[in-house]
Design a protein around this ligand. Structure first.
Ligand code: NDP
Ligand code: PYC
Length: 340
């Protein structure tokens, strides 16, 4: 099949295909529901690196014995402002869903609360979770390690994960302000998609295993990815290793990679999520923070600059009507999962 051949499919048809694949491979009903919702959210927003392409990695991780298809997360009320959720080696979306109500309650009580998800296998875009926090009128932050694929600024060997960092601010009657990016120049999933389609990657994303800049996606995957913004992205990546690793008693990206043992499963570690309640910070002044934020957003957009997530929200409205366009090879690879 030519690498650029595409196929259009409705969101409903694609959702049913995801559910079928996950059920066929033995995932429990609550995991099927949450995994499908997460994969479909990525695809519907045209975030190809974290859409249904991830099904291939989910099933690969399952077959490698690296993830539980049915573990029920355990929610612990750890401290007045800390929720801990033990995912018990299952994928993170169900753990997030189970812990979210307590995180929201604690943020409303204390003004700020943290949720540590432990022992989860992680594959998803963080904005899916951030939007659940902004929908409750709270400000949210989230971050996690991954596998050690990224060289520190000034180095040539992987030390950090692609360590995403996401933030969300609620906006009444509008889409929230959300940004969500890897602290590497790009998510690894994007380089994998370039490899699948045979396309070169831009300079600045990665070096090969000899430490030379490369635009070859396969060589990049064998070498090291680069941090975004040089020493600045590198320092943020290190911070995420610390606050979503040792601080919450979970694995760093290097430890996750060692745990993988070369089977190429999805990363296994923890995630740190913060929720802040403006009403507790501001008391009666509270609604004013929303107006002042709008002034900031307008000053950005008035210059013709766009807000992060604007592209995503526009894609969501379009794909709801038109369905999505997928590489035909990807659709074929997903359908084959129903025969294995
Ligand atoms: P990008 O480099 O594309 O950056 C994404 C963010 O930047 C989005 O919020 C995007 O908004 C915004 N953005 C892009 N262009 C502009 C612009 N011109 N003006 C304003 N904002 C802009 O994505 P990454 O490759 O860094 O990350 C992609 C995803 O990968 C994330 O969702 C992340 O959570 C996920 N990821 C997950 C990992 C994990 O361990 N689970 C590891 C690494 C990444 P918009 O979407 O509207 O374009
Ligand atoms: O794209 O870097 C990535 C990634 C790692 C884990 C999930 N996504």
């Amino acid at each position: 099949m030519a690498p650029h051949t595409t196929a259009r499919i409705s969101l409903q048809e694609l959702r049913e295909l995801c559910q079928q694949v996950l059920s066929y491979h033995g995932f429990s009903a609550p995991h099927v529901e949450q995994l499908t919702a997460t994969l479909m959210a990525g695809q519907a927003d045209n975030c190809a690196s974290h859409g249904v392409y991830r099904l291939l990695g989910l099933i690969r991780s399952l077959k490698a014995g690296k993830v539980s298809p049915d573990a029920e997360p355990e929610v612990h009320d750890q401290a007045p402002a800390i929720v801990r959720v033990d995912a018990r080696q299952a994928f993170s979306p169900l753990a997030f869903k189970r812990g979210l109500p307590l995180l929201i309650d604690k943020a409303r009580d204390c003004g700020i609360a943290a949720m540590a998800i432990n022992h989860c296998v992680h594959f998803s875009a963080l904005w899916v979770e951030i939007e659940a926090i902004t929908a409750a009128g709270l400000v949210g932050l989230a971050c996690n390690p991954s596998h050690a694929w990224v060289a520190p600024a000034g180095g040539r060997r992987p030390a950090f994960g692609t360590n995403p960092f996401a933030f969300g601010w609620p906006r009444p009657d509008r889409d929230p302000f959300v940004f969500d990016f890897a602290t590497s120049a790009i998510a690894r999933g994007d380089i994998e998609l370039h490899r699948r389609s045979g396309e070169p990657i831009p300079e600045g994303w990665a070096i090969d295993s000899d430490g030379h800049p490369t635009t070859d996606a396969s060589e990049a995957l064998k070498g090291a990815m680069l941090a975004f913004g040089g020493h600045k992205g590198s320092a943020l990546a290190a911070m995420i290793e610390l606050i979503a690793g040792p601080l919450i008693g979970d694995l760093t990206s290097a430890e996750s990679k060692a745990w993988d043992g070369g089977v190429d499963a999805l990363p296994y570690h923890g995630e740190l999520i913060l929720a802040l309640d403006p009403a507790r910070f501001l008391g009666e002044e509270a609604p004013r923070h929303l107006e002042r934020a709008e002034t900031l957003f307008q000053s950005i957009q008035a210059q013709g600059a766009r807000l992060p997530s604007e592209r995503r929200f526009a894609a969501r409205r379009q794909t709801a009507a038109d369905g999505v366009e997928l590489p035909a090879q990807l659709l074929a690879d997903i359908r084959v999962l129903l025969e294995e």
